[in-house]
Ligand binder design. Structure first.
Ligand code: PBG
Length: 331
């Protein structure tokens, strides 16, 4: 039997009514697909809008639980926390990252106390704590020193786990950090604290607004190409994922999102493990700018980019649009 062809086969039949299109949808978005990144600042009753991320603010710890509550009420399963460390606490050795009472640890405890039903993911990297804005310790030439940094990252992850983090997410791209973190967590009895490895993280121009949000922008000397990946590479991404999984990563992440959908698809196909994608700050800013310029409908742009991640095979998406998208989907 040969396959039907026109006019007996008409693909438009499947698009002829809303119910038909809904019935035939191959992928769907749900609020549980989202992880919502939140920025935290010192102070009381503070909201600090971030200029390059219209609609996104830093919140003081006392306001943070309210944001997490909103997310939970919309069906968002997890928030990701990023601190804006006060100027005076940023040093060459990133010592504040290991302070059990630092901003991020207080933020974790506040959310866990007030909204125990939502997951808390924390970033493991030193850039919010270093005076030079790099993700690790640097030598005299400004190169990031791998192994010394890994030891600190493992300690940083432990401090976050002790404060109540459910998922620690190393975003630093040092070699060997996943194994070091897993070992420290196991030894301290944190068997259920998961590791989401930023496995394929690219040296991207789309991180600009994030660096403003965490206050590392002006201070960054040089760039991060000595540890983050070259945007030209994809075989290398598969190797990175393979290594992180071998070291004990529970879930992996690709970052940024939209310009790297091919990487998401390859990773998901090759490994079949929970694969997350970070729709990063510059992507958010791009959508907001397009909508503000009248170049597209904001809601439609948000949902179309998010379904693209699902189509590529992503398990979930870290997105600053999480709340908006969940509202649209619940509405
Ligand atoms: C830092 C980190 C970055 C992001 C998440 N964790 C920035 C960077 O690597 O410079 C970017 C997220 C975003 O742009 O939204 N380790």
């Amino acid at each position: 039997m040969t396959a039907a062809s026109f006019p007996y086969l008409r693909m438009r039949r499947g698009r002829s009514a809303p119910w038909m299109r809904e019935m035939l949808a191959e992928h769907r978005l749900h609020p549980s697909d989202f992880i919502w990144p939140l920025f935290v600042c010192e102070g009381r009753d503070c909201e600090e809008p971030i200029g390059s991320l219209p609609g996104v603010s830093r919140w003081s710890v006392d306001r943070l639980a309210g944001k997490a509550k909103e997310a939970a009420a919309l069906g968002i399963p997890c928030v990701a926390l990023f601190p804006n460390t006060p100027e005076g606490l940023r040093t060459g050795d990133a010592g504040e990252a290991l302070n059990p009472d630092n901003l991020i640890c207080r933020a974790i405890r506040a959310i866990k106390d007030a909204v125990p039903e939502i997951g808390v993911l924390t970033d493991v990297a030193l850039d919010p704590y270093t005076s030079h804005g790099h993700d690790g310790l640097t030598d005299e030439q400004g190169n990031v020193i791998n192994d010394d940094t890994v030891a600190i990252l493992a300690h940083q992850a432990l401090v976050q786990a002790e404060a109540g983090a459910d998922i620690v997410a190393p975003s630093d791209m040092m070699d060997g950090r996943v194994a070091a973190i897993r070992e420290v967590l196991e030894a301290a009895g944190h068997q259920n604290v998961a590791i989401m490895a930023y496995a394929a993280k690219y040296a991207s121009a789309f991180y600009g607004p994030f660096r403003e949000a965490v206050g590392s922008q002006g201070r960054l000397k040089g760039d991060k190409r000595g540890y983050q990946m070259n945007p030209a590479n994809i075989d290398e991404a598969l190797r990175e994922v393979e290594l992180d999984l071998a070291e004990g990563a529970d879930f992996v992440m690709v970052k940024p999102g939209l310009p790297y959908l091919d990487v998401v698809a390859r990773v998901r196909d090759a490994f079949g493990v929970p694969t997350f994608v970070y729709q990063v700050s510059g992507e958010y800013a791009m959508i907001e700018a397009a909508a503000a310029a009248g170049a597209g409908d904001r809601d439609a742009l948000i949902l179309e980019t998010l379904i693209a991640f699902k189509r590529a095979g992503a398990t979930g998406v870290l997105t600053y649009h999480a709340l908006d998208a969940a509202r649209l989907l619940n509405g």
